[in-house]
Design a binder for this molecule. Structure first.
Ligand SMILES: [Zn+2]
Length: 46
């Protein structure tokens, strides 16, 4: 299987917290949507 076919067969990225489909613009390491990412940021700041 070529690398192109491999990536084509990957499911769309989803937020690991709420399951929202992530924007493809996100960096590859992002696993949560903007809303959940902000919640995490606020939680850490407290
Ligand atoms: Zn989310």
């Amino acid at each position: 299987m070529s690398s192109v076919e491999f990536f084509r067969n990957l499911p769309p990225k989803q937020c690991t917290k709420c399951g929202n489909q992530l924007d493809e613009m996100h960096e590859s390491y992002v696993q949560q949507c903007d809303e959940c990412d902000q919640e995490m940021t606020f939680a850490r700041a407290r």
